[in-house]
Design a protein around this ligand. Sequence first.
Ligand code: NAP
Ligand code: MG
Length: 402
Amino acid sequence: MEKIKMTTPLVEMDGDEMTRIIWQEIKDELILPFVDLKTEYYDLGLQNRDATNDKVTVDSANATKKYGVAVKCATITPNKQRMSEYNLKEMWKSPNGTIRAILDGTVFRAPITLPIIKPAVKTWEAPITIARHAYGDVYKATEMRFPKGKAELVFTDENGVETRETVYEFECDGVLQGQYNKDSSIKSFARSCFNYAVAQKQSLWFSTKDTISKKYDQTFKLIFEEIYENEYKAKFEELGIEYFYTLIDDAVARVIRSKGGFIWALKNYDGDVMSDMVSTAFGSLAMMTSVLVSPDGNFEYEAAHGTVTRHYYKYLKGEKTSTNPMATIYAWSGALRKRGELDNLTDLVDFADKLEKACIDTLMSGVMTKDLTSLTDGSVEVKPVLTSEFIKEIRNNLEKAL
Ligand code: NAP
Ligand code: MG
């Protein structure tokens, strides 16, 4: 078979530990034999981030802005213990944080679902995608703890004019927090969500607590409303999808009673919490895909899980592991499909579809990694396998399909 041609390179961001091992296996078995792969390679493994003073992370994000599509392996976010384990010069920041700050985007997380793995919520028939605003709020807050006294919110404008409001007169020890967000970031969050809904042809839900937070959350609500009315309403109506705003508590109740099949946009903290709830209810973190979409149309695909350290330490001892490569394979298929769509390469889009189908066929035949075996509904005979056996079986199914 002649290999499928590419015209523009993908930005390839390599990573750490078990996922780095799986990364290479996926390329060798499932991509390179079939695709004349063009990538611009950036090694975001912790050793190389340290060697380049983290310049490689910034370079990879800028390359994503240049080419439009990236695929990223999971990476270690260093903590104290990693400092000594890797003998680091500095406690480098989270690569995802650095990349998000440069691309300014929204993270969309969607579970890979299977008929033989039933969600914990019985009514869910289709995946729910979580769209998380990845900027500001509690993640950029200033906090204080102090003894009794008066807490005030002070804003000084460009001309030096102060506006003050008392937060609380403390009669005992207490805590205080200052949060912010920017209209520009909320606008790009809104546009990313509306664009994604149009691309997926799925309805968009958005929820905040605007009845209680009459300025902060209300701003999010109004910005979404205005952008929808002015820029997206006609397109939504044409596609037969809807934009639906409701209070967060009402949304939680409705999500649980829903059939799924929509995108749920959430503020930063709400999205952090709800994405773990939704992914666990659908089955496993190892089956959760993640894509960062920037307002100017750049895409970075990755798995939602980390580097699976516990499995890597076993691997280092020479043990073979049964780590699930699904979300990482889908990061590759998602990036190749997007590249194909942007460059009008129908063969490449078709390959991405067939690769995903080969994965699903493999799981539906009962061949799966150990994290999934206890989740199936008992309708197929389960054959637990090691990662490399699982990938080989996917390759067999892919070869049949091509
Ligand atoms: P993790 O790598 O997601 O793993 C947590 C546990 O979840 C694993 O020990 C494993 O459970 C299970 N798991 C996750 N992915 C799996 C897979 N593909 N197949 C089978 N089981 C899977 O999270 P972590 O251990 O908290 O973090 C490890 C490192 O990853 C950290 O250094 C962190 O900074 C980094 N991290 C990176 C990203 C990213 O790059 N996007 C995201 C999160 C974390 P069992 O041990 O029970 O088998
Ligand atoms: Mg979280």
